[in-house]
Each structure stands twice: as structure tokens, then as C-alpha cells.
Design a protein around this ligand. Structure first.
Ligand code: FAD
Ligand code: UDP
Length: 363
């Protein structure tokens, strides 16, 4: 079977690419997906009680990239959603990220913004050369807050000490000297009004796009020829792990439905120091669905299972570098997305990468 364009993976990276090829170039494109659905990790679906859940953990769209926001807005409307998170620390639910509200609640104080800035500056540890996620946290909030909010959550999430993770991981979490308790800073934030799967279906709604579900690329690769392959799966798998396996962090998601309208005070509650899970999401608080029952999801991180998070450490980046050398030699294959580029990308960054790669290599 010949297709000029073949895409491996029907996640946001693969679908953005397929959509551009189909709509802009008016060319046929084959998308091969090993799961039984499109959307990759942004996939959402209605469970047996009729509650819309995010099957691969809570997904909140947020970006400063106007072009990406406008691009996705062609396929969905958005509910204006400003994500908020509470963290369970010392028996209390405290707003996360660290803001004036966090400090006042944690220490039972009543400081204003300037006083909180002074307070945190006093707590902070002077580190000349900030090299790790631990350095980032200590230099901004000091030992006590680091220990209560960051250290154990990070150990649970990654299975290693924050001192081994590069600065980008904990830097994802803003620290604010004001009362803004939203989880993200970005200008555009929202939830697709009819869900991510619907948005993805709209992206793929073009007769030029043919999607093969339940199909592992490895099993059909010898039967398919192409001019260009866009590969969005794990890069080490593409090369049969010739430089060894890359580590990806996995998560086991446990869903529970309760015969009550509401479960917790916020869409997401983090548990840095208690239990084996990192956080609990209550989906109705993300999607604004009305329902007499409610479904939650607990996330248990681990080393085994589906690859969800690339490892932002020196060691693993170096190993990925070996694969990058292989990738540079390819003339027909483009690697994009969180797994293929081994980058801790958010949704908007993945769409940006696909839009750019389309302009640069395909168009
Ligand atoms: P994926 O979505 O992983 O898609 C890759 C696809 O390729 C998969 O469907 C896979 O089955 C398929 N595939 C792999 N190998 C093969 C093969 N050999 N043959 C055929 N198909 C194959 N981002 C945000 O912006 N906001 C959030 O709130 C957020 N929350 C997240 C929470 C969790 C728990 C996780 C894990 C991620 C979260 N993200 C969030 C990140 C977001 O999920 C990713 O940025 C985005 O989905 C990556 O898209 P992708 O297409 O690169 O990869
Ligand atoms: N983090 C933390 N405590 C928290 C929340 C996050 O230490 O309460 C750290 C942890 O290392 C985590 C990282 O910040 O992996 C990024 O958090 P984010 O919420 O962005 O994670 P994601 O939604 O991508 O899993």
C-alpha cells in the first residue's frame, strides 16, 4: 500500500500534521494508531454512568501562543476555565501554586503582597548556580515550603530526588507574590466545550484522512510505502532500542464514581506527603457537567506501563542524544511530539511543533 504521507500516532501531534496535509495541501494521508481511539493522551470519553472523564489524567488547555489557540479554535469552542488546585499539607487544603493565599493559610498569617515577598525572600536559600529542580524551589521558597509542597510530590511523581531533575520540572509551577490562585499564568486557558475527543474528531474530519485504529506501525511497516513518514511514537521503539531503552515515567489511573454530586473542593487536589497517589481529579469540576453522581481519578506514578512522561534528567537527555544523531540522518522521516522528541511538552507546544514542522518539512 502506498501513501504519500503516513502519520504514526493519532495524538495531537499526529492529528495536527494530518489535518494540515489534508486541508492545506489537499493530499491523502494515512494515520496509523495502535490504540482503539484517536486523541492520544488528550482522549476523553463518557463512562458507564455518563460522566465525561479524561482517560489519561486531567488535561487543561493553556497557552500564550495565539496562533495555536486560534488554530485549535477552528475545531472547538472553549469553556472559559481557570484551573485551580488545592494541596493537602499539614491536614489542610491550601491553594497551589505558592501565592499570598498559600503563605497566609499555611502559617496562619495575614500578610499583604509586599510582606509575602519579603517573607519568601527571607526563607529562600541563596544558590549561585541553579542547576536542578531542587535548586529552583529552594532559591524561591526555602526549605520549609520546599519540604511541604515540592520534595515528596516530586519524589512520588518521578521516583527520584528533585536534585536529579533539571530546572524545567519544578519551574513549571509559578511562584506569585500576589493573590492570583490560578494554576497557570497563560493568557488563553480553557476546556473544549464538547471535550477533547470531539475536537480531535473535528480535526480529522476530512475525506483525505484515513485512520487505521488498533494497528501498531511495527506490524504493518513492511506493507506500507511512503514519501514522508511523520512519527509521533516513542523514538527508542522506532530504532528497536538500538541505543538502549529510554526511560519514560508512567501513571496508573484509578477511577471511582460516587453516588453524590460533589467529591472535593477543587478540580484537582494534590497530595505531596500522604498516600501513594499524587493527585485526585474530579472531572465534573473541569468540564462543568451536571450529573447527580461524580467521578474522580487518582494518579499512581510508576516506572512500568504506558510511556507518559519523558525523563528531564542529564542522563536520559544524553541517551536521547544518541537517537537524535540517528534522526538527523533520516530523509523521509520527521519526528514530532512528546514521545518522539522526548520533551515534556504541553498540548500547545505539541501543536506548535506540528504546525512548524508542516511549514518547514512538508509544505
Ligand atoms: P500522544 O498523545 O502520546 O500521542 C501519541 C500516539 O501515538 C498515541 O495515541 C500512541 O498510542 C500512538 N503510538 C505510539 N506508538 C505507536 C505505534 N508504534 N504505532 C501506532 N501508534 C503508536 N498538557 C497540557 O497542555 N495540559 C495539561 O493539563 C496536561 N495534562 C497532562 C496530564 C497527564 C497525566 C499527561 C500524561 C499529559 C498531560 N499533558 C497536558 C500533556 C499532553 O498529554 C501532551 O502534550 C500531548 O497529548 C502529546 O501529544 P502527542 O501527539 O505528542 O503524544
Ligand atoms: N510539583 C510539586 N508539587 C505539586 C505540584 C507539582 O512538587 O503540588 C512539581 C512536580 O515535580 C511535578 C512538576 O512540579 O512533576 C510539574 O507539575 P505539573 O502540575 O505541571 O505536572 P503535570 O500536570 O505535567 O503532571
Amino acid at each position: 500500500m502506498y501513501y504519500k504521507y503516513v502519520v504514526v500516532g493519532a495524538g495531537l501531534a499526529g492529528l495536527t500534521m494530518a489535518e494540515r496535509i489534508a486541508n492545506v495541501l489537499d493530499e491523502k494521508v494515512l494515520v496509523i494508531e495502535k490504540r482503539n481511539h484517536i486523541g492520544g493522551n488528550v482522549y476523553d470519553s463518557y463512562n458507564e454512568d455518563g460522566i465525561l472523564i479524561h482517560n489519561y489524567g486531567p488535561h487543561i488547555f493553556h497557552t500564550n501562543d495565539q496562533e495555536v489557540y486560534y488554530y485549535l479554535s477552528k475545531f472547538t469552542k472553549w469553556n472559559d476555565f481557570w484551573h485551580r488546585v488545592l494541596t493537602y499539607v499539614d491536614g489542610n487544603l491550601i491553594p497551589m501554586p505558592i501565592t499570598v493565599e498559600t503563605i497566609n493559610k499555611l502559617y496562619n498569617l495575614n500578610l499583604d503582597c509586599t510582606q509575602v515577598e519579603e517573607f519568601l525572600k527571607k526563607q529562600s536559600v541563596e544558590i549561585k548556580d541553579i542547576k536542578t529542580s531542587k535548586d529552583v524551589a529552594l532559591s524561591k521558597v526555602g526549605q520549609d515550603i520546599y519540604g511541604k509542597f515540592f520534595e515528596n510530590y516530586t519524589k512520588k511523581q518521578w521516583g527520584i530526588d528533585p536534585a536529579e531533575l533539571d530546572t524545567s520540572v519544578i519551574s513549571r509551577i509559578p511562584i506569585r507574590y500576589n493573590r492570583d490562585t490560578r494554576y497557570f499564568n497563560d493568557k488563553y486557558q480553557g476546556m473544549p466545550t464538547h471535550g477533547y475527543t470531539k475536537m480531535c474528531e473535528n480535526m480529522a474530519a476530512n475525506k483525505n484522512i484515513k485512520i487505521l485504529l488498533n494497528t501498531d506501525f511495527k506490524e504493518v511497516m513492511n506493507e506500507i510505502t511512503y514519501d514522508k513518514l511523520i512519527y509521533t511514537g516513542p523514538v527508542d521503539e522506532y530504532y528497536n532500542q538500538k541505543h538502549g531503552k529510554l526511560a519514560y515515567r508512567s501513571i496508573h489511573f484509578e477511577f471511582e464514581t460516587f453516588d453524590q454530586e460533589e467529591y472535593q473542593e477543587a478540580p484537582v487536589v494534590n497530595y505531596p506527603n500522604d498516600y501513594d497517589y499524587t493527585r485526585i481529579t474530579e472531572f465534573k469540576k473541569l468540564t462543568w457537567q451536571k450529573h447527580e453522581k461524580t467521578t474522580i481519578c487518582k494518579e499512581f506514578p510508576g516506572a512500568e506501563g504506558e510511556p507518559y512522561y519523558p525523563f528531564p534528567t542529564k542522563e536520559w537527555k544524553a541517551k536521547y542524544g544518541l537517537y537524535q544523531e540517528e534522526m538527523k540522518k533520516e530523509t523521509k522521516v520527521i519526528f514530532i511530539g512528546r514521545l518522539a522528541e522526548y520533551r515534556y511538552y504541553n498540548m500547545d507546544a505539541v501543536v506548535r511543533r506540528a504546525l512548524d514542522a508542516f511549514e518547514e518539512f512538508i509544505k
